[in-house]
Write a new protein. Structure first.
Length: 307
């Protein structure tokens, strides 16, 4: 072999070796995006995207809340319907039972002028107009605090329930109790009690609105429930103690209020679901608001600039 051909052969071998060495030293590039093995777990199993998984699926939660609202509405509507039918039929047994209770209470109050004055003062504090004023303050506070959907729900619930009071009174036309020496007098018809209806509306709305913020705070939640129950019971006792309502008038007011709250809350939840909003839960309460968006942090490996 001549020297020239040997040199060319060595040069070709050197080039081949360098190319092979470059291929071995070049880093392996992975395809863009996660591989099939690294796909993050999604809300549905592979191949079955139409079936929800887990107990926290919004559709299941919505059905549960709608069923709960329907149960509350039924539990209020059925006894209210029965009670109204008995009053309209002028049931003698119901009249005797109502009269015996209001007469016994009246006999205890009429001989205690101080107690009568206290009950009269409570009647002013729990008046429907007072409840509407307190509701207006709450609505404004919720609206200015950014909870506008809650404010609209509260205003609609109190307005709807309050409008039912005169409609039912004029439909049933039940006369108020009559005494020779009345402790107090009130105009209009007796069934249902407007005081009892409106205070129950406010109490139920406060419990629902405070349920989320008091999650994990049992003392505060107990305080809210205690205040709501006391407001309702004191108002009912005040109406019977003054001798301006029968016991069944107070019960009817409570039932109308609970029925109203159940209807408006169920409708509100259904609208929120259609709007694609975050579903509520016993932990988050009525109309949970999304938390504040986290502030973007520095990129991984980035160096912070010195001030």
């Amino acid at each position: 072999m001549c020297p020239g051909s040997a040199a060319r052969t060595m040069s070709a071998m050197n080039v081949h070796d360098l190319a092979a060495l470059g291929r071995r030293s070049r880093p392996h590039r992975r395809p863009a995006g996660p591989t099939a093995r690294e796909q993050p777990p999604g809300p549905h199993p592979p191949g079955r995207p139409d079936q929800p998984v887990g107990p926290d699926h919004p559709d299941r939660g919505l059905v549960g809340r709608l069923l709960l609202g329907g149960l509350v509405a039924t539990a209020s509507a059925v006894p209210l319907t029965v009670l109204t039918a008995l009053v309209l039929s002028r049931s003698g047994a119901l009249r005797d039972w109502d009269t015996s209770i209001v007469t016994a209470v009246h006999d205890q109050v009429v001989v205690r002028p101080t107690l009568g004055r206290v009950l009269g003062w409570l009647s002013v504090v729990t008046h429907p107009n007072t409840v509407r004023g307190a509701t207006a303050v709450l609505v404004v506070g919720l609206w200015r605090g950014g909870h506008r959907r809650r404010a609209a729900w509260l205003a609609a619930t109190i307005t709807l329930g309050g409008a039912l009071d005169p409609l039912l009174k004029d439909s049933v036309e039940r006369a108020r109790p009559v005494f020779d020496h009345p402790v107090a007098l009130a105009p209009g018809y007796s069934f249902p009690s407007g005081h009892a209806l409106n205070t129950m509306l406010l109490a139920a709305c406060l419990v629902l609105l405070a349920h989320g913020p008091t999650h994990g705070r049992p003392l505060r939640r107990a305080a809210v429930w205690t205040g709501a129950v006391l407001l309702v019971l004191v108002t009912g006792a005040d109406r019977v103690g003054l001798g301006v309502h029968y016991t069944t008038d107070v019960l009817a007011g409570w039932l109308v209020a609970l029925l109203t709250v159940a209807i408006t809350t169920t409708a509100f939840e259904s609208w929120r679901r259609d709007a694609g909003l975050t579903p509520s839960s016993p932990e988050t309460g009525l109309d949970p608001d999304p938390g504040p968006a986290p502030e973007p942090g520095p990129a991984p490996g980035a160096r912070r600039s010195q001030p």
